[in-house]
Design a protein around this ligand. Structure first.
Ligand code: ADP
Ligand code: MG
Ligand code: MG
Length: 835
C-alpha cells in the first residue's frame, strides 16, 4: 500500500503537485521508454505532514525501506553493502518542489556508503581511488547539507592535502583521499557532529533535511518574490546512483533539444568526460560542446539525438535535460522546459506549430509579449565584442553605434551631416529632448530605470544605458577614469545588457521579425481589444502603423512645443506681453497645423486622439527666470487648468487640428481626429471646455470629444463627467503617480529599495497596480458607462504596452495605446487575453 512513497513505475497518473517537478519528469521519461535509473518519490504530502507535525508521518520509514528493497531488486545490488562481489547500491537524494525553486536543499550524491561499503566498492570496481573519492564526497555533502557545516571547512582540508602533494592540479591518490575522508570525519567529530555509518540512518537524515529545507530563509524569500504558495511542500527523489566518473567512457552532461539562444532546432549542450554531475556546476573543469561527441562517441551522439526527439514529442516543448553516461551506457536524470531568449521563444513556438507538435493557439500563448521589443532591435555581436569600457543599467533595449555628443546643438550638427550620434549626459531633463530625438543611443551617468532618460528613451525606442557609474560628464567631454571621451569619438552601447564600448563594435541586426509576423497572424483573430499607439510625430505614426497600430490613442502636443526653433515663440506665448502672445499664437498655429496634417496623413482612415497642451510650465521657463517657478509644478498650473484660463491656446490648438483635417479632406483623404482634455478633476472643467469646443465645431465640423481620466477625483466623479464626453482615456502614468502620491522623477531614491525589501512587489510605473490604481480605473469605467451608454474607453501611458496591464485592459476597455515599439507587445498580449 502506497501512502507517501511511490516507485517511478507506480507513480504514473500522479500529478506534478504530488511528485514535484523532478519526480514528475522522471516518471514521464520512464513512461516514454527512456533509460532512467530506478528511483522512488517521497511525495509532497509527506513533507507537508512532516512540517505540520514536526516529525515524519507514521509509517513513512517502513514505506521507504520497502521501496529501497525494491530498488535492490531492480538493480541487483544491496543498499550500502557490497554483496557477492557486486558494488553496493548507492542513491542520490534530490529535492524537487512542484515549481522550480532554487534556494532549497542541494542534492546529496553517493548516499549509503560507509567505511565498510568503501572496501566493497573498491573491490567491485577494482578502483580504490574512485571508492575513496566517492566516500569523501559523500561525507562532505552530508556534512554541509544535512549537518550544516560550512563548505569552507572541507575545502581547507582538501586544499591542504593538495598542497602537501605539491602538484596542485594532479589528482590525489587513493591513500591521500582516504586520509582526506578521515580528516573530514574528524572535523565533524570536533564539532560534536556524527556522520552515520549506517546507510539507513543516512537516508532518514537526508530525507528529513530535504523536508526542512522547504523553510530555508532563502527558499522563503524566493517564494515570496514569485508568489509561490507556502503550503506546497517539496517532494524527495531517491534514485539509484550511476557513475559518470568511472573513466573515459563515462561522463555527465546537459542537453537542450533546441538552441536556447536562437531557437534553432537540434541538439545543443555540454559534456564533461569522466565526471560526476556536481563537477559541471562547480566549474572545476570546462565541459566541451556536445557536438564534439560526434567525433569520439558517435553512437552516444545519435542516442542523444533520438532522446531529444522523443523528449520533445512527449513533453511538447523545448527540453533542458541532464544525463550521465556510465561505461558507455546513457541514463537520463532530469528534464524540464528550457529557459530561452525572446528570439528563441518565437522561433520555437512557430516552428513547433509548423512541425505539428503543438497547436497554433498554444504557440501564441507560449511567447511572453513583454519580450518582443528586444526582438526587433540590433544587438552587440557577442562573438566579436571586446571588453566594455563601462557598464550601466540596461534602460532601453537595442544596440547603437554613434559619435559622442554632449549637447542638443552638437547632436543637430552631426545629424544634419547624416552621422549617427550617442547623446552623453550626466542625466537628462526635458531640455535635452531634441538631442534625445536625434540620437541613436543615450548614455547617462546618473539615474535609474524610471529616470527621465530611461522613460523617454523607451518611449522613443532609442537604446539607452543609464546610471553608468564611473562616467564623469562635463560640458563638452566625458571621463572614464583617465580615459577621455571627446565629441565625435565613436561609441557603441547595448541597452539590452548595459554595456558601453569604445569605438565601433559589430552589431547583429534584429532578427525574427518575419517569424513574429507569422505568430501574430495566428494570434490576431482572437483579439478583441483595439491597439493604438502613443505617437507625436508623423514618423512615429508611420512606424506604429507598420507595427499594426489601429490609430493613435495619445498624441501629446507639448512635444511639438519643445522643438528648438519653436521655443522662443512658446516662451512669448506663455510669458510675454499680450501683443507678443498674439504673434506667437499665429506662428504656433501654423506649426501645429502642419504637425497635425503630417500625423493625420500617416494615420489616414484611422482615429488620432490629440491631447491638448499639458506641460508643467517650468519646462518652458527661460534659463534663469525664477519668478514663475512653482513649488510643485506637476501639481500646478498645467493641463485643463491652463487651457481654461488661457483660452486662446485651447482655441489655437483645436482650430489647427480642425483646419488640418479640413485641408486633408479637400485632398480626398479620410482624417479622423479626436480631441482630448488633460488633467481634468472636476466636471465643470469639462463643461467649460466643451462650450469652447462646440463653438469651433460649429465653425468647422464636430469631432469626438473626450477627456483623460488621470486624477483620482476624475475617476471618482466619472458618473458626472461621462455624459459630457464621447470617450475616456485612462492616463495611467499620472493616475499612478497621484494615487500613490509618488513622483516618477523622484521615485529613484526609494522605489528600488522598496522592491528589494519587498514592500512593493512590482514597480507600479511599469506594471499597472491592479489593486489600487486598477480599482479606480474599473470604477470609473463602470460608472461612466452607466451614465453614458456607449462611452468609448481606452488606456494610454507606459502601461498600455505592458502585457499584464493589457490583459487587465482587455477585460473591460475598448482599446489600449502603447509606444510604437510596444504595439507588438500589446497586440500579442491582447490576443492571449482572447484565447
Ligand atoms: P539540481 O536540482 O540542483 O539540478 P539534481 O537533483 O538534479 O539537482 O542533482 C544535480 C546533479 O547530480 C544531476 O545533474 C546529476 O548530474 C547528479 N545526480 C543526481 N542524481 C544522480 C544519480 N542517481 N546518479 C548520478 N548522478 C546523479
Ligand atoms: Mg538538476
Ligand atoms: Mg498626464
Amino acid at each position: 500500500m502506497n501512502r507517501y512513497v511511490y516507485l517511478l513505475e507506480e507513480a504514473q497518473g500522479l500529478d506534478r503537485d504530488t511528485l514535484g517537478g523532478k519526480g514528475f519528469g522522471l516518471v514521464e521519461m520512464r513512461r516514454a521508454g527512456l533509460p532512467v535509473p530506478p528511483a522512488f518519490v517521497v511525495t509532497t504530502g509527506a513533507c507537508r505532514a512532516y512540517l505540520k507535525e514536526g516529525r515524519p508521518p507514521e509509517g513513512l520509514w517502513e514505506e521507504v525501506e520497502a521501496k529501497v528493497r525494491a530498488l535492490e531488486g531492480l538493480t541487483g545490488k544491496a543498499f550500502g553493502r557490497g554483496a557477492d562481489g557486486a558494488p553496493p547500491l548507492l542513491v542520490s537524494v534530490r529535492s524537487g518542489a512542484p515549481v522550480s525553486m532554487p534556494g532549497m536543499m542541494d542534492t546529496i550524491l553517493n548516499l549509503g556508503l560507509t567505511l565498510e561499503g568503501v572496501e566493497a566498492l573498491a573491490r567491485a570496481t577494482q578502483n580504490p581511488r574512485f571508492a575513496w573519492d566517492t566516500f569523501r564526497r559523500l561525507v562532505q555533502m552530508y556534512g554541509e547539507v544535512v549537518l550544516g557545516v560550512e563548505a569552507q571547512a572541507f575545502e581547507e582540508v582538501l586544499e591542504a592535502a593538495k598542497a602537501r602533494r605539491g602538484v596542485p592540479d594532479a589528482g590525489l591518490t587513493a591513500e591521500e583521499l582516504e586520509e582526506v575522508a578521515f580528516r573530514y570525519l574528524g572535523l565533524l567529530g570536533e564539532r560534536g557532529l556524527d556522520f552515520p555509518m549506517d546507510p539507513w540512518a543516512q537516508l532518514r537524515g537526508a530525507v528529513e533535511a530535504v523536508f526542512r529545507s522547504w523553510n530555508n530563509p532563502r527558499a522563503r524569500v524566493y517564494r515570496r518574490i514569485y508568489g509561490i504558495p507556502e503550503d506546497l511542500g517539496t517532494a524527495v527523489v531517491v534514485q539509484a546512483m550511476v557513475f559518470g566518473n568511472l573513466g573515459e567512457d563515462s561522463g555527465t552532461g546537459v542537453g537542450f533539444t533546441r538552441n536556447p539562444a536562437t531557437g534553432e532546432k537540434g541538439l545543443y549542450g555540454e559534456y564533461l568526460r569522466n565526471a560526476q554531475g556536481e563537477d559541471v556546476v562547480a566549474g572545476v573543469r570546462t565541459p566541451e560542446p556536445l557536438d564534439r561527441l560526434k567525433d569520439f562517441a558517435p553512437g552516444l551522439y545519435r542516442e542523444l539525438e533520438a532522446t531529444a526527439e522523443l523528449l520533445e514529442r512527449h513533453f511538447r516543448d523545448m527540453q533542458d535535460f541532464e544525463f550521465t553516461v556510465e561505461r558507455g551506457r546513457l541514463y537520463l536524470l532530469q528534464t524540464r522546459s528550457g529557459k530561452r531568449t525572446a528570439q528563441a521563444a518565437v522561433r520555437i513556438a512557430v516552428e513547433m506549430a509548423e512541425e505539428g507538435l503543438i497547436t497554433r493557439e498554444e504557440a501564441v500563448l507560449r511567447v511572453d509579449p513583454n519580450a518582443l521589443p528586444a526582438l526587433l532591435k540590433p544587438a552587440v555581436d557577442p562573438a566579436s565584442a571586446p571588453l566594455p569600457l563601462l557598464r550601466g543599467l540596461p534602460a532601453s533595449p537595442g544596440a547603437a553605434v554613434g559619435r559622442a555628443v554632449f549637447s542638443n546643438e552638437a547632436a543637430e550638427r552631426y545629424a544634419s551631416e547624416g552621422l549617427p550620434v550617442i547623446l552623453v549626459r550626466p542625466e537628462t531633463t526635458p531640455e535635452d529632448i531634441t538631442g534625445m530625438y536625434l540620437s541613436q543611443g543615450i548614455l547617462t551617468a546618473r539615474g535609474g530605470l524610471t529616470s527621465h532618460a530611461a522613460v523617454v528613451a523607451r518611449g522613443l525606442g532609442v537604446p539607452a544605458v543609464v546610471g553608468a557609474e564611473g562616467l564623469k560628464v562635463e560640458e563638452d567631454r566625458a571621463w572614464v577614469g583617465e580615459k577621455e571621451i571627446r565629441e565625435g569619438d565613436l561609441l557603441t552601447l547595448d541597452g539590452s545588457t548595459g554595456a558601453v564600448y569604445l569605438g565601433e563594435v559589430p552589431l547583429l541586426e534584429g532578427r525574427g521579425a518575419e517569424l513574429l509576423e507569422r505568430l501574430l497572424s495566428w494570434a490576431e483573430p482572437y483579439r478583441t481589444l483595439g491597439v493604438r499607439a502613443n505617437a507625436d510625430t508623423p514618423e512615429d505614426a508611420r512606424r506604429a502603423r507598420a507595427f499594426g497600430a489601429e490609430g493613435i490613442g495619445l498624441c501629446r502636443t507639448e512635444h511639438m512645443f519643445f522643438q528648438e526653433e519653436r521655443l522662443p515663440w512658446v516662451r512669448k506665448l506663455l510669458f510675454g506681453s499680450p501683443e507678443e502672445e498674439d504673434e506667437a499664437l499665429e506662428h504656433l498655429f501654423r506649426y501645429q497645423k502642419e504637425d497635425f496634417k503630417g500625423i493625420l496623413r500617416a494615420m489616414d482612415g484611422l482615429p488620432v486622439t490629440v491631447r491638448l497642451l499639458d506641460a508643467p510650465l517650468h519646462e518652458f521657463l527661460p534659463p534663469g527666470s525664477e519668478a514663475e517657478r512653482e513649488a510643485n509644478p506637476m501639481l500646478g498650473f498645467r493641463g485643463i487648468r491652463f487651457l481654461l484660463l488661457r483660452p486662446k491656446v485651447f482655441q489655437m490648438q483645436l482650430r489647427a487640428l480642425l483646419e488640418a483635417a479640413q485641408e486633408l479632406k479637400r485632398e480626398g483623404l479620410d482624417p479622423r481626429p479626436e480631441v482630448m482634455l488633460p488633467l481634468v478633476s472636476e466636471p465643470k472643467e469639462v463643461e467649460r471646455a466643451k462650450d469652447m469646443a462646440q463653438a469651433l465645431f460649429a465653425e468647422y465640423f464636430p469631432i469626438p470629444f473626450g477627456t483623460m481620466i488621470e486624477t483620482p477625483r476624475a475617476a471618482l466623479l466619472a458618473e458626472k463627467i461621462a455624459p459630457l464626453v464621447d470617450f475616456f482615456s485612462f492616463g495611467t502614468n499620472d493616475l499612478t503617480q497621484m494615487t500613490f502620491g509618488v513622483s516618477r522623477d523622484d521615485a529613484g531614491r526609494f522605489l528600488p529599495r522598496y522592491l528589494e525589501e519587498r514592500i512593493l512587489f512590482a514597480d507600479p510605473t511599469e506594471t499597472l497596480d491592479l489593486e489600487g490604481v486598477g480599482r479606480l480605473v474599473r470604477l470609473a469605467a463602470e460608472e461612466g458607462r452607466k451614465s453614458r451608454p456607449g462611452l468609448k474607453l481606452g488606456l494610454c501611458g507606459e502601461h498600455g504596452g505592458e502585457a499584464k496591464s493589457v490583459l487587465f485592459a482587455a477585460e473591460f476597455l475598448d482599446y489600449t495605446s502603447a509606444s510604437p515599439y510596444r504595439v507588438l507587445t500589446a497586440r500579442l498580449a491582447a490576443a492571449q487575453a482572447g484565447l
